[in-house]
Design a protein around this ligand. Structure first.
Ligand SMILES: [Cu+2]
Length: 475
């Protein structure tokens, strides 16, 4: 019974990188073909990742997909690539499923064959067990009676073998045989019980081992020291993770979002520096007193991205002006969110416009979120620049703060991981145009329904601007 009770244990834990938003969205070029790739990693490992690929061009003939370890030094024995299946309704949409056999940092290599020749791109994807898979109730309802039949059957077979097996047909067993049969049945029952106990202990041992594999994200322990925010990465203990192996992403080891909560009306995108004592430090800008949620994005040497999160209560801070890539934004309190608003006012009459269709936003659907910078006359803004190598940076945060995703025009995969995945073409995920457009687009899908706030940052004429938008997501 206990064995079955263990089966029902379901541990719901927060998810990695992008808090609460495990799906990977990626837009990039596989040679001449532009692809929008969605990868839904498994919740248990080993497990099956679902892959959806939309090709922007109709001249794709066939797509092969294969999983490989990322940041893995040494020979890899790659499995035979699978063929992604084109959809019947939409021949430019392909789906596939791949087994990810071990916990850690993986990539899905996508090979495209078409009229313009071959093309290849690799999309990093983490395989992190986020829960213990429970047994379905229906399955338990079938298995439990079967197990009882087996146990009682074994005992009664043993008894019958001693009592009746050597008897001639039609004869009744004598009392001595009956007694011996009872003893054998009792011994068998004890053996069956011991067997069950052993099985249960073995199960518990395996479950205990598996619970150590379940991903536990880094925590951000924050304190204030003389106008500086001091952040410590705290490892709750998960496999053999290190916190000193971080890769810089556009020259910054950590990209930190600081959001005033619960209003979400103030946001900062900051870049704490690593201090001598392995802490991260950030000179605080001027900030009102209040409670702030912290989301610090880091990337490990093997390409695994994590978002370390925490909260801090701050006193009023005089602070120092923002410098470099640090930026701040403001919006209305999220309690007064207007889900139809598509324009976010900026300084000097400029505004950011969310170019969205009429349709409702639905959970677990990949979308292209488009935002345009406009001047006072409603014309596309000029002098748009790259902000940390990208046309824009967007953060999708659920109003209940269980979801946080930092997304770029190339998708939800951080640049160092993309670079690891395509050593021959590290800019596969970047939109490198000359004469930058005033519009940035971000591939992303909400993991669940509810209210979300979207912070979008772009750079124009040396100034980083922040648009603030709200989205109501249907199931
Ligand atoms: Cu970014």
């Amino acid at each position: 019974m206990k064995l079955l009770a263990v089966c029902f244990v379901i541990a719901a834990l927060p998810v990695h990188g992008h808090v609460g938003s495990p799906d990977v969205f990626f837009e990039g070029n596989a040679g001449p073909y532009r692809l929008l790739i969605t990868i839904r990693p498994p919740q248990v490992v080993p497990g099956v990742a679902e892959i959806e690929i939309r090709s922007a061009s109709p001249d794709v003939r066939q797509i092969h997909i294969v999983p490989l370890r990322l940041g893995f030094k040494g020979a890899q024995f790659a499995p035979v690539p699978d063929v992604a299946q084109p959809s019947h309704e939409d021949p430019q949409f392909y789906t596939g499923a791949l087994w990810l056999m071990a916990t850690g940092s993986w990539q899905v290599r996508v090979d495209v064959d078409g009229a313009q020749g071959p093309g290849r791109i690799s999309v990093p994807v983490p395989a992190l067990a986020t829960r213990v898979a429970g047994m379905q109730k229906a399955m338990a309802a079938i298995l439990l009676p079967l197990a009882l039949v087996l146990c009682f059957g074994l005992v009664s077979i043993a008894g019958a073998a001693v009592r009746d097996a050597m008897l001639d047909p039609g004869k009744r067993p004598d009392p001595a045989r009956v007694r011996r049969a009872r003893i054998v049945m009792a011994v068998t029952a004890v053996l069956v019980a011991v067997g069950l106990w052993f099985g249960n202990s073995w199960w518990n041992l395996e479950a205990g081992f598996y619970s150590r594999i379940i991903f536990k994200p880094l925590q951000l322990k924050a304190s204030v020291d003389g106008g500086r925010l001091v952040l410590q990465l705290e490892d709750p203990g998960w496999l053999n993770r290190r916190t000193d192996d971080l890769l810089p992403d556009h020259n910054h080891l950590m990209h930190l979002y600081v959001i005033h909560v619960p209003e979400m009306d103030l946001v900062w995108h900051l870049h704490p520096e690593r201090g001598a004592d392995a802490n991260f430090e950030q000179r605080l800008p001027p900030m009102p007193a209040g409670r702030y949620a912290l989301y610090g994005d880091v990337v490990h040497a093997n390409g695994l991205a994590e978002t370390a999160s925490g909260e801090i209560e701050l006193p009023p801070t005089a602070g120092s002006p923002l410098i470099g890539d640090d930026a701040a934004g403001t919006g209305p309190p999220v309690a007064n969110a207007d889900y139809t608003r598509t324009s976010s006012p900026l300084a000097r009459g400029y505004r950011m416009v969310w170019v969205r269709g009429e349709g409702k936003l639905r959970a677990r659907q990949p979308y292209e979120f488009r935002f345009r910078l406009e001047d006072g006359q409603g014309k596309p803004a000029d002098n748009v620049q790259l902000y940390m190598g990208m046309l824009g940076h967007a953060a999708f945060v659920s109003a209940d703060r269980s979801v946080f995703a930092h997304v770029h025009p190339s998708g939800s995969v951080p640049m160092p991981a993309i670079e690891l995945a395509q050593p021959e073409n590290p800019h596969a995920g970047m939109a490198m145009q000359s004469g930058l457009p005033a519009e940035a687009s971000f591939p992303y899908g909400f993991p669940k329904s509810g209210a979300y706030r979207i912070f979008v940052q772009m750079k124009r004429a040396g100034e980083i601007v922040t648009g603030v938008f709200d989205a109501q997501v249907e199931p």
